[in-house]
Design a protein around this ligand. Structure first.
Ligand code: 0GY
Length: 290
């Protein structure tokens, strides 16, 4: 692994917040293990191994029932580790894949059978090489038959250029980490308000209210991120998702305690009804509808 790589928390606390029955960790990854599932040659970082057994152990420890495993860029478009984890979960995990424009229908069918229900478009320059927009349209067209959603990952400064692009998709688009706002700017800043407007004007756009540990500028307990997540949850309760982001790739400041991350949830989803939407109803509708 990279010299400065921070390994996931070895012994997360038991959360004080009791997750509702059937809760879904809707954003997490698996890394390798690399002897079985080598990392991609084009990767921008080399992580520690963090395989399915560790993920499922964490799921049980925190009180989740299900996982949505999002393909991490260190595996490129080789989705085998993610698909293997989905297959061995016994239908308790779904996947979000990364594919190229020339992906075949047979490959998509195989992924669908393994549990894949979405593709990820990644625009974060430190993580991936540029992909032409035309290729994304090609992928979106190919996965429409399977009724998959699209997960997009970008950083706040790219929303101006991405905004018209995202509005062209008619299927469900899920934005990672509420579009990574700069929380030091406050929630009234035009960048964050542009994101709220995008969701306001496009009912097919969902958001993951995730990664306070990444968005914070002040550190744990992430007080500076709460108003951002809370604003999104309150306004769009029927199209938000939550996840741990385990094993927390590329964290530089600190490694979060996953139990403490679960305890963050009631600060942004303050009633039992909204917690149920965020953690159960919404992810089940999106990823387990058949
Ligand atoms: C995340 C965030 C990051 C990385 C990836 O696929 C990835 O490599 O998603 C990041 O470095 O910000 O969502 O896990």
């Amino acid at each position: 692994m990279d010299e400065d790589w921070l390994v996931f928390h070895p012994d997360p606390k038991s959360p004080s917040f009791c997750l509702p029955d059937g809760a879904v960790d809707a954003h997490c990854h698996v890394f390798g293990p690399s002897p079985q599932f080598p990392f991609a040659p084009e990767r921008k970082y080399t992580p520690c191994n963090a395989g399915k057994q560790s993920l499922f152990k964490l799921r049980d420890h925190l009180g989740f029932s299900r996982n949505v495993i999002v393909q991490a860029t260190c595996h490129g478009t080789d989705n085998r580790a993610m698909m293997d984890a989905c297959r061995s979960s016994g239908d308790w995990a779904r996947g979000v894949a990364s594919v190229r424009g020339d992906v075949s229908r047979e490959e998509l069918v195989e992924m669908h059978h393994a549990g894949v229900r979405g593709v990820r478009f990644n625009f974060v320059r430190r993580l991936v090489d540029n992909t032409p927009r035309a290729e994304y349209f090609r992928i979106a067209q190919k996965v429409r038959e399977f009724d998959w959603s699209i997960v997009v990952y970008f950083e706040v400064e790219d929303l101006v250029s991405l905004d018209p692009f995202l509005r062209q998709f008619t299927g469900i688009i899920v934005v990672d980490h509420i579009g990574r706002p700069n929380v030091a700017n406050g929630i009234d800043h035009p960048d964050f308000q542009r994101f709220i407007r995008l969701m306001d004007e496009n009912e097919n756009i969902w958001a993951k209210v995730t990664c306070p540990e990444r968005l914070t500028t002040r550190g744990f307990p992430y007080d500076d991120v709460v108003p951002f997540h809370k604003a999104v949850v309150e306004r769009f309760a029927d199209r938000v998702l939550w996840g741990t982001d385990w094993p927390h790739p590329n964290m530089k400041s600190h490694m979060p305690d996953d139990g403490a991350l679960v305890d963050y949830i009631p600060r942004i989803a303050t009633t039992a009804d909204v917690q149920h939407q965020l953690l159960v109803a919404n992810p089940m509708r999106l990823y387990w509808s058949e």
